[in-house]
Design a protein around this ligand. Structure first.
Ligand code: ZN
Length: 185
């Protein structure tokens, strides 16, 4: 469970730490506001992908399914700053499929935590492997990291791309290329 009292205390200290007057009008309610916001943006810690991926349907065929441009917002665990962008997911069913919205829900489960992009990409792929037992899964995440763009290390708009392949996608480069073509079309 999120401990809002602790967060409020910490935010107050943070404000003092940067030299602010935590009691001035504009900041008076900030610790409380941040704690409420954190409850939401880190709410993924209290959910599991299984909740969304356990309700499956029988696949009519086992053709590749691609869900692209799933928008997400997450928080980088190194700087507690947002990173956000798109997730593209493909899987080749082995008899079982899920409703399309469940893939977006699964992304949310892992995005609403302190994260690193590589780990989130793998967690999405692995949760689909575990729950649907498909022949293969491929996940690509394209994201802009505020901890980089705000500090001028990278220009705004520059994106970090991570890709994870599981099952048949790992060994079959034709399938991989099909995925890349579909994502880029
Ligand atoms: Zn960062």
């Amino acid at each position: 469970m999120v401990d809002r009292g602790k967060i409020e205390e910490a935010v107050r200290l943070l404000l003092e730490g940067i030299g602010e007057d935590a009691d001035r009008e504009g900041l008076r309610d900030t610790p409380e506001r941040v704690s409420r916001m954190y409850e939401e943006i880190f709410g993924g810690m209290e959910t599991s992908a299984k909740e969304h991926l356990s309700k499956t349907f029988t696949a009519e065929n086992n053709e590749m399914i691609v869900e692209k441009d799933i928008l997400f917002h997450s928080t980088c665990e190194h700087h507690i700053m947002p990173f956000y962008g798109k997730v593209h997911i493909a899987y080749i069913p082995d008899g079982k499929v899920v409703g399309i919205s469940k893939l977006a829900r699964t992304v949310e489960v892992f995005a609403r935590r302190l994260q690193i992009q590589e780990k989130m990409t793998a967690q999405i792929a692995d949760s689909i492997m575990e729950n649907l037992n498909p022949r293969g899964v491929m996940v690509m995440v394209q994201a802009e990291h505020m901890c980089m763009t705000m500090r001028g290390i990278k220009k705004p708009g520059s994106r970090t791309v991570t890709v994870v392949a599981r099952g048949e996608f790992e060994t079959n480069s034709e399938l991989k290329n099909l995925f890349f073509n579909m994502v880029n079309s």
